[in-house]
Design a protein around this ligand. Structure first.
Ligand code: ATP
Length: 134
C-alpha cells in the first residue's frame, strides 16, 4: 500500500461497492462529517444518510451511503451500510417516485402511516436526487 494512503472498503448486503486506496475519505458520521487520512487513530462510528467522498489528489468521487457504521483500524476503513450507490447507478425516476410516495404519506391523515419511516424514505430520495445534480 502506498505510504500516505488508506484502504477503504464499502460493503452493503448486496455487494462490495469499493475496495481501493484513498488519500482521504470524508464521511457523514452521526455527529457530522469526519475526514480520515492514513494513520488515523482507531475509531468506530455510526453513519448518517449522506455522501462519502473519496479524495485522491485532484480527483474526488462520491458515493451515497444510507446509515450503517464505519470502523477505522490499522487495516484501513471498513464501511458497512444498508445501501450505497455511485451517482451514475442511481435511477432518477425511481428516486422521484420514492420522493412522491414519501411526501404523500407524510401529507396524508392516515393514522396507519409510519411518519418516521416516510421521513427517512424522503431523505434517501432527496440525497439520491442531489447525487444526480437535482
Ligand atoms: P425505493 O422505495 O425506491 O425502494 P428506498 O429508499 O426504500 O427506495 P432502499 O431501501 O434505500 O430503497 O434501497 C434498497 C436497494 O435499492 C438498495 O440496494 C439501494 O442501493 C437500491 N436503490 C434504492 N433506490 C435506488 C435508486 N433510485 N436507484 C438505484 N438503486 C436504488
Amino acid at each position: 500500500m502506498a505510504e500516505n494512503k488508506i484502504r477503504l472498503r464499502i460493503v452493503t448486503p448486496v455487494r462490495e461497492l469499493y475496495d481501493e486506496e484513498a488519500e482521504m475519505v470524508i464521511m457523514r458520521s452521526s455527529i457530522g462529517d469526519i475526514g480520515i487520512l492514513h494513520g488515523h487513530q482507531p475509531l468506530t462510528t455510526t453513519l448518517d444518510y449522506g455522501f462519502l467522498r473519496i479524495i485522491n489528489g485532484e480527483d474526488e468521487i462520491k458515493a451515497t451511503i444510507f446509515g450503517g457504521f464505519a470502523s477505522v483500524d490499522e487495516r484501513g476503513i471498513t464501511v458497512l451500510s444498508d445501501a450505497a450507490e455511485w451517482p451514475e447507478e442511481i435511477d432518477e425516476e425511481r428516486a422521484i417516485a420514492a420522493k412522491e410516495r414519501a411526501e404523500n404519506r407524510i401529507r396524508s391523515n392516515d393514522d396507519s402511516v409510519d411518519i418516521a419511516r416516510a421521513e427517512l424514505a424522503l431523505r434517501r430520495a432527496l440525497i439520491r436526487l442531489e447525487a444526480k445534480g437535482k
